[in-house]
Design a binder for this molecule. Structure first.
Ligand SMILES: [Zn+2]
Length: 328
């Protein structure tokens, strides 16, 4: 896709965002002003999923790249040491993308702590002061299409992170149609003795809700049941790292699911550093077999305690960088 074409699509999406989420549009204007960048360029960054993933779907039949990979998991109170809901993920992408954590203190509504890419105001992996947490995974289906101008992915993330209840977050994911597919792993805990997790796979015109199994939920970058969503999975034959990572993450969490062990932050760190099947491992590393711009690796690793609002993260591979603690 040419720069010109990307900006033309961004213009169309800017109108959609102004209509469905005026606050988000104002925040993009603020970023454009602050960074002395054209608003359309900022808008293009904010809708990069819609532009890029639909482009991936179009070229999916040729030997071309899969979307950025991610491995996510969550544990319910009954599966953790201290009965807190934990949500964790490695986010795999091209290492040249600069990421950052934002602390958002709005005049009204929940406070937010989230990871985002430079220029993207919506955040993605993160949590809020209502005990809501969000982890995400890229998904690609044959129905993804930027020509279907719908509420963009990052605007949905922003709405999820501004929600007060889990029911609201599920409504934000499932409401209306989407331009492209994505997986949202969401949870909430605002008091001890309660806590919930739910995974919502979303295709453009359908969603599928998955519940934890024995207190644990996992997801990587493929639909669990594309037929149920009425879509076809777009998976390149040669690059099926998502299937391997899915098998492995479930294997690593088997003792937790079986009730033999309880999950805590330290164990979650060890799981996110796993190298089985390297370089296409849970802790993902550049695969020299692929062209340079397709060598995805873990660029941020995050573990969130939804009850305490504590977040541990590494910028870069968790095997090469130590976890830093951030708080809401
Ligand atoms: Zn590693």
């Amino acid at each position: 896709m040419s720069n010109e074409e990307a900006l033309a699509h961004a213009q169309n999406y800017l109108q959609v965002i102004r209509r469905v989420s005026p606050g988000y549009a104002r925040a993009m204007e603020g970023v454009a002003l602050g960074s002395k960048t054209k608003l359309l360029q900022i808008a293009a960054l904010n809708v990069r999923y819609e532009l890029m993933y639909s482009q991936f779907a179009k070229i999916g039949l040729k030997p071309r790249p899969l979307p950025g990979g991610c491995t996510a998991f969550g544990a319910m109170p009954e599966a953790t040491d201290n009965r807190h809901v934990l949500l964790a993920q490695n986010w795999d992408w091209i290492p040249q993308v600069e990421g950052l954590f934002l602390k958002i203190r709005p005049e009204t509504g929940p406070q937010v702590l989230c990871f985002t890419e430079a220029g993207v105001v919506g955040g993605k992996i993160g949590m809020n002061s209502e005990g809501i947490g969000l982890a995400i995974n890229g998904l690609v289906s044959n129905r993804d299409n930027w020509e279907r101008l719908r509420k963009p992915f990052h605007v949905r993330c922003w709405e999820i992170l501004n929600s007060k209840t889990l029911r609201q977050t599920v409504g934000k994911i499932a409401g209306g149609e989407r331009s492209c597919s994505a997986n949202f792993l969401v949870g909430q805990q605002n008091k001890l003795g309660s806590g919930k997790l739910v995974d919502v796979e979303s295709a453009p015109q359908s969603t599928l809700t998955l519940s934890p199994e024995n207190g644990v939920v996992t997801h990587t970058n493929h639909f669990s049941n594309p037929g149920k969503l009425g879509v076809k999975q777009v998976l390149d034959e040669e690059r099926r790292s998502t299937l391997h990572r899915y098998r492995r993450i479930n294997q690593l969490l088997t003792p937790i699911r079986g009730g033999k062990e309880k999950l805590n932050m330290t164990k979650a760190e060890a799981i996110l550093k796993d190298h089985e099947g390297k370089p296409e491992s849970v802790c993902r590393h550049a695969n020299p077999a692929f062209p340079e711009d397709e060598r995805y690796q873990t660029v941020v690793s995050v573990i969130m305690d939804l009850y305490t609002g504590q977040l541990k993260a590494t910028m870069g591979s968790p095997c090469e960088n130590s976890y830093q603690t951030l708080r809401l």
